[in-house]
Design a protein around this ligand. Structure first.
Ligand code: GLN
Length: 190
């Protein structure tokens, strides 16, 4: 399995390390041509407005829509989740708009800007280590979206067919199970 990590801005090297630990070949993606021989794509955390802007500049919006349109798995973490969402609270425009959900940016407030916790993730296990950094929350999901994990009653991970999203950063821990879950999604499709 060859999985790309969109390398316009954000936590790229950490995702590559986690994907490799999960048994995939992982590469940084900087040009749309590089999507051609990939079986999956990760959109990392960072700043969603910056990532969205750079995606528009380098033609990644339509290229990733085509990629996902072929049924190839895409995994967005933190800012990457915001990039995948159809609706962003308080903003008129979305970025890729692929997942039928509404997200709220920086949803944890000042008191809890960054923290680590253990989550139960459907299809994986209990005690999955997760790092939240100025994280978004999923406020509302459409009927085709499967909620995979909640934290204090709020949705923090979800899946819509071949699209996967997490509010947190799974790549900043040594817990590779969510990456392994995504590599399995790519494998199932292949
Ligand atoms: N707060 C960032 C945003 O709104 C996301 C933070 C992150 O990716 N760690 O884009």
């Amino acid at each position: 399995m060859k999985i790309g990590v969109l390398a316009l801005q954000g936590a790229v090297a950490e995702h590559i390390r986690s994907l490799e630990a999960a048994g995939a070949e992982a590469v940084a993606v900087k040009r749309i041509e590089e999507l051609d021989d990939l079986q999956g794509l990760v959109i990392p955390g960072g700043e969603s407005t910056t990532i969205g802007k750079l995606m528009r500049k380098y033609d990644f919006i339509s290229a990733v829509r085509d990629f996902a349109g072929q049924g190839k798995p895409v995994f967005g973490t933190c800012a990457g989740l915001i990039v995948l969402a159809a609706r962003i609270e308080g903003q008129e425009e979305s970025h890729l708009g692929l997942m039928n959900m509404t997200v709220a940016r920086n949803a944890f407030g000042r008191q809890q800007e960054s923290f680590e916790t253990d989550l139960t993730i459907k299809g994986i296990d209990e005690g999955v280590r997760a790092v939240f950094i100025r994280a978004p929350l999923i406020k509302e999901v459409g009927p085709e979206v499967d909620v995979l994990s909640t934290y204090k009653g709020e949705i923090v991970a979800a899946r819509q067919g071949h699209l996967l999203a997490s509010s947190f950063h799974p790549e900043l821990t040594d817990d590779y199970r969510l990456h392994a879950y995504f590599v399995d999604m790519a494998r199932e499709r292949g």
